[in-house]
Design a protein around this ligand. Sequence first.
Ligand SMILES: [Zn+2]
Length: 295
Amino acid sequence: MSEDILGRFDSIRIFERDGKPAPHKPLLLLYALARLKNEDAGHITFNEAERAVDPLLRTYGSFRTRPTVAHPFARLANDKGDFWWVEEHAKTSSGDLLIAEARERHLKAGFSADVLRAFRDNPKLIDVLAINLLERNFAHSLHPDILDGVGLHLGQDEVEAVLRRKRDPRFRVAVLNAYYEQCAVCRYDLRLNGAPVALDAAHIKMHSAGGPDKVPNGLALCSLHHKLFDLGVLTVDPSFEIRVSDLVVGEWGRRLQDSLYGKPIALPRRDRDAPAEEYLDWHNRFVFKQAPGQP
Ligand SMILES: [Zn+2]
């Protein structure tokens, strides 16, 4: 029964046809799960979803897609898993919701009745679905911030069970070792009692997009550069030079540009461990954030 309910969410397309991550639907679903778990809210209004989810789309979405929750708010109801419901509403000629009208009417949407019943009968399903959505759509380093952003707090048992199942600890050891236990971007190499701290093995191409747990798909990055890499503020081009998004602003944006743009990364000790072009290319195209119209 519970497997059936979760299976109905598998039909959500995680990557668009060209391989680009499509975070709109997962972010709206995570927000709806948070409201259900925190307040037993059976539906949400368009205005609430806009306030909560649009800022997240600006951070976690691609700049090539418009950051509005309007599309998933209505279109999730057409998904073949039949897990979403939306109130009757007027549509544009292309079938989209009319944003002004949706705001005016405080248009409602939410999980369909049988899905809602299953979540209420077995609240642990909320956490399991949330973890599935995170694992399949977002880099690991971003999960805590996304959960905070939607206001969802997971039970520790569920989180640990999933992490044990999905992560390969050998990847971290192999990547850190290949890079002399230092950040490939800034050479940070702090050790505490001999062990590296705040240093991660980042995936270049996300697991859920088919990126393997292999060293050529990894980079040793300090916690800050890992997060900036996963957010698309930084990338590494095929000649192993760092690129910084031209969308960062402020004093620190300038500092980042000046100190890192065009600089070579610290390469691993063996050539065959160097980042593979196919993974760098994926990150350049689909994660790195550039203003529309840039190459
Ligand atoms: Zn660093």
